[in-house]
Design a protein around this ligand. Structure first.
Ligand SMILES: Nc1ncnc2c1ncn2[C@@H]1O[C@H](COP(=O)(O)OP(=O)(O)OP(=O)(O)O)[C@@H](O)[C@H]1O
Length: 308
């Protein structure tokens, strides 16, 4: 395999246990060069554990873990990554500019300080002590520290938690710029719109296992649901009784309906309410697909437990 087509990070059959708890159960996962892979899953799914193995913070009990084809604890591998974890313990008295200079000094070809600061939107914070910043500002500084070394692979563990909408949009733009430069990214997030906005591929985990892997489109397509919106006075209790409808909510005069067979529902709606207006039909998004997948998996596991 030539170097360019080799994955930048790889878990193969990786298992990690904590006492009786299997946090990762024979997980296969690869991050290819230049892609953004979003790791999704409910709390406790094993996302942080998977990242911890790839960072060499913990060892796998079984299976293979590689960063650039090497053991993740090798310094040659570590110099090529940038990391933004959920919690960061940084020296509180250092000023932001000092922190950036110090971190950049660990890398062979770091970015210029001004470039990093512009990328993370922290140009006005460089002289401030880190501990005095707001939570959202600290997250931006942590992002700057993760990218200052011009990493080939960036780990972002729930990077936009605590950020306001504007800060989140700016961070997304910076991530897109990094991808355009050829950087690979492994991102975990609970915001499905974040995965939808950024990811080439998504990997959905629950209870230590990967239950789906593919493009955002492929994940959406696994759920055939459509979202129907319209303005109508039809009572939702009556609509809930229609077998074609999966879910229905009312927001003032607007109805929000989820259904697998949208055409059948639309025909029935139009027949039932001649005054119906503002009809819209859309494919369901990642949120519905994700809920459906994790519910299916929970049901399958419950059935397996019953059968055992
Ligand atoms: N150091 C540890 N000691 C004991 N159990 C742990 C440890 N780290 C993780 N676990 C357990 O392993 C499982 C997976 O946890 P992990 O933090 O990887 O999940 P996650 O998908 O990152 O969750 P979240 O979305 O809440 O961050 C959980 O059941 C957790 O309790």
């Amino acid at each position: 395999m030539d170097l360019a087509s080799r994955p930048v990070a790889r878990l193969a059959g990786a298992t990690r246990r904590y006492g009786q708890q299997t946090a990762l159960d024979a997980v296969d996962l690869v991050v290819q060069r230049g892609e953004l892979l979003a790791l999704l899953g409910p709390n406790g799914a094993g996302k942080t554990t998977a990242i911890g193995l790839l960072l060499g913070l913990a060892r796998a009990d079984a299976g293979t873990v590689e960063l650039f084809g090497m053991d993740p604890q090798r310094i040659e591998a570590r110099r090529r990554i940038g990391v933004m974890l959920q919690s960061a313990e940084l020296p509180p008295t250092l000023r932001v500019g000092e922190l950036l200079r110090l971190t950049a000094s660990y890398y062979p070809v770091p970015r210029r300080l001004e470039e990093t600061a512009a990328m993370a939107g922290i140009g006005d914070l460089l002289k401030r002590p880190y501990a005095k910043l707001s939570g959202g500002q600290q997250r931006r500084v942590q992002f700057a520290l993760a990218v200052c070394g011009r990493p080939e692979l960036l780990f972002l563990d729930e990077p936009t938690v605590g950020m306001d909408i504007e800060a989140r949009q700016k961070l997304w733009a910076a991530i897109r710029q990094l991808i355009a430069e050829g950087c690979s990214v492994l991102l975990t997030t609970h915001y499905l719109e974040e995965a939808e906005a950024l990811a080439d591929r998504v990997c959905v985990m629950t209870r230590g296992r990967v239950i789906h892997e593919g493009t955002v489109e492929a994940l959406r397509a696994r759920v055939a649901l459509r979202r129907i919106r319209c303005a109508s006075t039809l009572p939702i209790d009556a609509l809930r009784a229609w077998p074609e409808i999966t879910d229905v909510q009312r927001d003032n005069e607007r109805l929000h309906i989820t259904a697998a067979d949208a055409e059948a529902v639309v025909r029935r709606l139009l027949a039932a309410d001649p005054d119906l207006r503002e009809l819209e039909v859309q494919r369901a998004g990642l949120a519905e697909a994700f809920t459906e997948l994790t519910r299916d998996d929970a049901e399958t596991s419950a059935n397996q437990r019953e059968a055992a």
